[in-house]
Design a protein around this ligand. Sequence first.
Ligand code: GTP
Length: 264
Amino acid sequence: SSSVNGSPNFRRKPVIIIVVGMAGSGKTTLLHRLVCHTHLKNIRGYVMNLDPAVMTLPYAANIDVRDTVKYKEVMKQFNLGPNGGILTSLNLFATKFDEVISVIERRADQLDYVLVDTPGQIEIFTWSASGAIITEAFASTFPTVVTYVIDTPRSEDPTTFMSNMLYACSILYKTRLPLILTFNKIDVAAHQFALEWMKDFEAFQAAASSDNSYTSTLTQSLSLVLDEFYNNLKSVGVSAVSGVGMEAFFKAVEASTEEYMENY
Ligand code: GTP
């Protein structure tokens, strides 16, 4: 393939880990946990915050969109509501993203990972021009992987599970980067059921067939379609609260980095 890693500017490190997930999936808590883990294990990393509207973060960001773009002022200046304000702030930041890349490049020898936190409203990152520009800028300079954080207890419902998988699939489709499903909150509910549903669509269909509604039938059909998607995924179970699964997470990142180096 016409891989970017053949280019002389391409570096093996740091690995960029873009963290996306539905509001409430536990992204921020997970980021905090990952930062604690890297400190503990002497893994050298940066954290980047791409949420212009977040008030407080439990971790100290090394690169923060809020240092460059003042979300409240953007709202006022362009007469925007909250979502328009976040989107426009991210657009403004994206225009200067080559500078951000340069900062990381200068520190590259001292960094293993850059963890990237994205806005709470997932679509602001996954469905915007700036999200695409930022993702592209990362992926053409460093190995880049995406992790989609899932609220495991909520996904025990087959229809919610399917919605989540379709969203994850659309992210894979848009970014074309290695994707890790991070099943979070396994201190509340183990993610074994999810692994089983992904491995065996008949098990999922059995769970989804409890009623004969249209969505249930659709859900069953979709499980066939997603079979191929599941084959190209890595999944890990974690608890951002208890800290279980951190080693597994970084192992999945490593495997995804290999995948990136081979295919992109
Ligand atoms: P946004 O800020 O809207 O993007 O949400 P978020 O995805 O960053 O979620 P956040 O980290 O704020 O967590 C949402 C809620 O889930 C909080 O009440 C957390 O305490 C809780 N939570 C996060 N991770 C876990 C976990 O591993 N286990 C349990 N039991 N609760 C968790």
